[in-house]
Design a protein around this ligand. Structure first.
Ligand code: FPP
Length: 256
């Protein structure tokens, strides 16, 4: 795990001291994850655009940096013992963005599917409305899911996803299956993530303090953690901080 952290070259530099301190901290993190019952982290990867514009770069480069960071953070979350990760990659509202930016995100997703098929421990699930997606991409998502089914770590990628849309979809699915009375149990068993526990922790980067239609049903009792950092700057050390904060929270699930 310490391999994930930046390496300093000068043994006397303060950076190396920082690294040593983090290494000790890191060694505790898997146990903190285990003992705090942290199984599922969901990430709202916000701030790619602002990260890029603050560097006078086009927004598309912010998404490229965001995609690179996404891979690092997913790998790190898996390494510390989290069993499920969900990321918000593209919302049902994101189609409103300039065509150039939408195309850049689609291209990153397309490239990622190629890389993802080489992963050997990740089971992929794409959550969201697949009917209104380019059929070529939709077909690739389905193939990747089939190829990776049953693997030990689950990565849910929310793509063309909206939380309200998901609830409507779940209700309609239940009705189509002959259901005549909706209950919480029926909705829970028809949302896209029906085979995962609800997220224990939702982390949002980018100094915005809202849920933005993400996992509306599943987040009822999730702990929320907000980071001022833009997504491309959110690093494994920041995941550690969120995990430690999570372990201090008292989860009562409506009880006392
Ligand atoms: C929010 O930042 C981010 C998105 C809408 C897209 C997230 C996409 C990626 C991280 C890359 C592609 C992902 C995969 C799975 C390959 P923003 O653009 O809203 O940032 P801003 O608030 O600063 O404008």
């Amino acid at each position: 795990m310490t391999r994930e952290l930046p390496r300093g070259k000068d043994p006397g530099s303060p950076f190396v001291m920082f690294k040593k301190k983090k290494r000790v901290l890191n060694e505790d993190i898997p146990e903190i994850v285990r003992s705090s019952g942290l199984r599922h982290i969901a990430y709202i990867m916000d701030g790619n655009g602002r990260w890029a514009t603050s560097r006078s770069l086009p927004r598309e480069l912010g998404h490229s940096a965001g995609a690179k960071n996404f891979k690092e953070i997913v790998r790190y979350s898996k390494n510390i013992g989290v069993r499920y990760v969900t990321v918000y990659a593209f919302s049902t509202e994101n189609w409103k963005r300039p065509q150039r930016e939408v195309s850049a995100i689609m291209k990153l997703l397309d490239q990622y599917i190629d890389e993802a098929s080489l992963e050997d421990e990740i089971e992929f699930l794409f959550i969201g409305d697949r009917e209104n997606v380019d059929p070529r991409i939709a077909e690739r998502l389905t193939s990747l899911e089939k190829l990776t089914a049953g693997r030990s770590f689950r990565l849910n990628i929310a793509f063309n996803y909206g939380g309200r849309d998901e609830i409507v979809h779940a209700v309609n699915k239940a009705i189509s299956a002959g259901c005549t009375e909706i209950s919480e149990k029926i909705i829970s068993s028809n949302v896209y993530t029906c085979d995962c526990p609800d997220p224990d922790l939702i982390i949002r980067t980018g100094a915005e303090y809202r849920i933005s239609n993400f996992l509306m049903w599943q987040s009822a009792y999730s702990e929320l953690y907000f980071s001022e950092k833009m997504w491309p700057e959110f690093k494994p050390q920041d995941v550690d901080s969120a995990v430690i904060e999570f372990s201090k929270r008292k989860r009562r699930f409506g009880g006392v």
